[in-house]
Design a binder for this molecule. Structure first.
Ligand code: MD3
Ligand code: FE
Length: 201
């Protein structure tokens, strides 16, 4: 079940097969709905996003950053459901990062035709903490490179319930998601949902 994919990176297959997750997710998206954000260049991001936790990742004309308030409602992001926080901490510990205390969870929603191009996650203040991702719904192909943009990129299939942990030497690796293919999943319908747990400050 534990599948190391490079130094500091591990896939935990099926680690998030927990029947409590759908309700926890519905609690978040009921308060802070999915929305398209804008890039600083003024383009719309194809992936729909929302957040839970003390801080949420936001992109608009002013840039990328973490904010305590949802710009759509002006209210704090919904709390991180305790079960989700616990799942992320357990996954991090299993991958060699004990004591992970995420304060932000970015929730991404992909529908068929949508992708996330290769990028680095560098908006977090604490690069010592790992990032934990939980894949739900339709399968996707994850692209995983190295710390240099020119490093070779490997592909890994991610299915419903898979959890991936990145930290230490992998924390600034380039990564992305290939264009989502058509399909239906009993939990999410024609979509893939990814939760990324982060320590933003
Ligand atoms: C590797 N999300 O939200 S999660 C993102 O499936 C993001 O929605 C993708 O990339 C998704 O920023 C991939 C996997 C992920 C997240 C952070 C990483 C992989 C990472 C940070 C460093 C290295
Ligand atoms: Fe990322």
């Amino acid at each position: 079940r534990d599948e190391p994919i490079g130094p500091g990176a591990m896939i935990l297959r099926g680690f998030a097969h927990d029947p409590a997750i759908p309700a926890a997710l519905a609690q978040v998206t009921g308060t802070a709905p999915f929305r398209h954000m804008q890039t600083p260049g003024g383009r719309q991001i194809g992936v729909e996003m929302t957040n839970c936790g003390a801080l949420g990742w936001v992109s608009d004309r002013r840039g990328y950053r973490y904010e305590p308030l949802d710009p759509l409602t002006g209210r704090p992001w919904p709390p991180m459901p305790a079960r989700l926080r616990q799942l992320a901490a357990e996954a991090a510990a299993r991958a060699g990062f004990p004591g992970f205390q995420p304060d932000a969870c970015l929730v991404n929603r992909y529908v068929p035709g949508v992708r996330m191009g290769l990028h680095q996650d560098r908006d977090e203040a604490d690069m010592a903490a790992p990032i934990v991702s939980v894949s739900l719904g339709l399968p996707a192909t994850f692209q995983f490179g190295g710390p240099d943009r020119r490093d070779p990129v490997a592909r890994h299939a991610l299915a419903h319930g898979d959890v991936v942990v990145w930290g230490g030497p992998a924390r600034l690796n380039w990564h992305g998601i290939l264009t989502l293919r058509k399909g239906e999943h009993p939990l999410t319908g024609a979509a893939r949902i990814n939760l990324t747990f982060r320590r933003a400050r």
